[in-house]
Ligand binder design. Structure first.
Ligand code: NAP
Ligand code: ZN
Ligand code: ZN
Length: 348
């Protein structure tokens, strides 16, 4: 077994505290990674605090992982020691069902195996995530990362990046399309970068007046406060795509109304309350609501290669592991530009 240091939540109400535990010895297809950086996703907070129900403790969150390969199993073909690699939200799946065969393992018929907060395939071991010094994972769920990119900025690509890249691709965003992004957080800021890189005319819809300059720096062409009812009214039936990356409970109708003919509301944000949909607004313009969960293994590698080619990384605030509880509080106040990333050297 491989001893590691980590930070874990012991219950929904306790702060994250240090913990030591062991990773499994390498199986044939396993890769051992020394974690350099681990991004802090709002899903980490939702789950550490049991906002979606069913959380399992102790819980080491973290599913935006970048590090160096320091060991490989005898059957590994994709990696050798010394290479830079990433792991995202999944570490396994059934590998047999239709989605798995298409490398869309996030939609596995048996349910994907999450990087943390769930059992591994043995249904006994609780998977533990990236707020730790090392991780072991089957090579299928490990990605190649270009050394030309800033590695702290790469970590958030493994969740915030792929979760926004995948639906924008699925919606076939083309040059000249009108795309709005709701919620300028970790996911939202990546959505702006990707939509701009795909050639869209991008509008940021935010609740925070202070984020206008940043939105423009990220490449957004327009910025609208979602609380400004007059400005929102002017945008009704205007967009081809609205990507909703909002973490808090909110009204979906204000975004639905903005869609033009055949417009798509891409929902990736996962607030605790279930949305209500006004069907009269839905049938107008033949609007469509599409949910999207991260992205499959092939598409995640494609996204990382796209980022290397276009020099896209997340805008990050690097923090030591010991700052994590303050970071969660600041995330709740929308006070992060635009992703906290833990420097795992702080745990050694
Ligand atoms: P984040 O960094 O905290 O950003 C969320 C942003 O949403 C905030 O910065 C804020 O932006 C806006 N917001 C928050 N509360 C709001 C409210 N009540 N009404 C309107 N806007 C509000 O969170 P994140 O890490 O980007 O994650 C966003 C959501 O996506 C979370 O629910 C997360 O669990 C989910 N998620 C889903 C997937 C998936 O596979 N579908 C993957 C990862 C994460 P403004 O200040 O600009 O308003
Ligand atoms: Zn995430
Ligand atoms: Zn499957």
């Amino acid at each position: 077994m491989i001893p590691v240091k980590a930070y874990a939540a012991q219950s929904a109400t306790s702060p994250l505290t240090p913990i030591d535990f062991e990773r499994r010895d390498l199986r044939e297809q396993d890769v051992l990674i020394e974690i350099l950086f681990s991004g802090v996703c709002h899903s980490d907070l939702h789950q550490a605090r049991n906002e979606w129900g069913g959380s399992m403790y102790p819980m080491v969150p973290g599913h935006e992982i970048v590090g160096k390969v320091i060991g490989v199993g005898s059957g590994v073909t994709k990696f050798t020691a010394g290479q830079t690699a990433g792991i995202g939200v999944m570490i396994d799946s059934c590998r047999e069902c239709k989605p798995c065969k298409k490398y869309m393992e996030q939609y596995c018929a048996e349910g994907m195996t999450g990087t943390y907060n769930g059992y591994e395939r043995d249904k006994k071991t609780i998977a533990q995530g990236g707020y730790s010094t090392q991780i072991v994972c089957d090579e299928r769920w490990v990605y190649h990362v270009s050394d030309s990119l800033d590695l702290a900025g790469v970590a958030p690509l493994l969740c915030a990046g792929i979760t926004t890249y995948s639906p924008l691709k699925y919606a076939h965003v083309q040059p000249g399309d009108k795309v709005a992004v709701a919620g300028l957080g970790g996911l939202g800021h990546m959505a702006v970068k990707f939509a701009v890189a795909m050639g869209a005319e991008v509008t940021m819809l935010s609740t925070s007046p202070s984020k206008e300059q940043d939105a423009r720096k990220l490449g957004a062409h327009h910025f609208v406060l979602s609380s400004d009812t007059e400005a929102m009214k002017k945008l009704e039936s205007h967009f081809d795509v609205v990507l909703d990356a909002v973490s808090g409970n909110h009204d979906y109708e204000i975004y639905l109304k903005l869609l033009d003919l055949n417009g798509k509301l891409l929902v990736v944000g996962l607030p605790s309350d279930q949305p209500k949909v006004n069907t009269f607004e839905l049938i107008k313009n033949r609007r469509c609501i599409i949910g999207s969960m991260i992205g499959g293994t092939d598409e995640t590698q494609e996204m990382l290669d796209f980022c290397a080619e276009k020099n896209i990384v997340a805008d990050v605030e690097v923090i030591p592991m010991q700052y994590i509880n303050e970071a969660y509080e600041r995330m709740l106040k929308n006070d992060v530009k635009y992703r906290f990333v833990i420097d795992m050297a702080s745990l050694k």
